[in-house]
Ligand binder design. Structure first.
Ligand code: PRP
Length: 193
């Protein structure tokens, strides 16, 4: 039997720039609940978890393991922030799904809905692919910045209007590996790059 690995120490330098908003334990608890919600709400038929890259990769990995149903996981790369803390407003597809979703029950897995521009774009795009249903599961919602209303079916946490990183979320591709979600010190944001 392989012995359980000891927990790794936190990466020190990034953690110094980030104030914890949601601990790893709080996130794990909520992800388990979201998994139960999605399982209970699934109408039957093919279930596809659609993870929006890159930010949702850690959330999707944990959520998938909290849903005890047969399912497929696929990934769609979307980007609109580049190396900035403000959206450019232009959503780019950086990689597409590997298989059609026609007739499938799709659950979009997002790390954060901020202005809503990315999700609005994605919903329009998916509608052309004729899925049986589309639901949205977002770990974080930042209603203070909403520019387009988005109906979230499964919501993890509502957070204040601060720039957050960790658990998949980045600033300029850094901090995704933090095990918690935290607020990035604005001074640190200026130093990264
Ligand atoms: C982030 C996040 C969402 C989007 C939400 O992606 O993962 O997809 O922004 O913002 P919005 O509601 O204002 O559109 P980002 O463009 O930073 O790419 P990434 O996932 O690769 O980090």
């Amino acid at each position: 039997m392989i012995p359980a690995a000891a927990p790794l120490p936190l990466p020190e330098a990034p953690a110094r720039d980030v104030e914890v908003l949601l601990s790893a334990e709080e996130i794990a608890r909520r992800v388990r609940e979201l998994g139960q919600e999605i399982t209970a709400a699934h109408p039957g038929g093919e279930l596809v978890l659609l993870s929006v890259l890159k930010g949702s990769f850690i959330f999707a990995a944990d959520l998938a393991r909290a849903i005890p149903l047969p399912l497929r996981i696929d990934f769609l790369g979307l980007s609109s922030y580049g190396g900035k803390t403000e959206t450019t407003g232009v959503v780019q597809i950086t990689s597409d799904l590997t298989r059609p979703i026609e007739g499938a029950h799709v659950v979009i897995v997002e790390d954060i809905i901020d202005t809503g521009l990315t999700m609005a774009y994605l919903l329009d795009n998916l509608a052309t692919r004729r899925p049986a249903s589309v639901k949205i599961c977002a770990l974080l919602e930042k209603p203070g910045r909403s520019r387009l209303p988005i109906a979230i079916d499964h919501r993890g946490f509502v957070i204040p209007d601060r720039f957050v990183v960790g658990y998949g979320l980045d600033f300029d591709e850094r901090y995704r590996n933090l095990p918690f979600v935290g607020v990035l010190d604005p001074g640190a944001a200026g130093r990264v790059g």
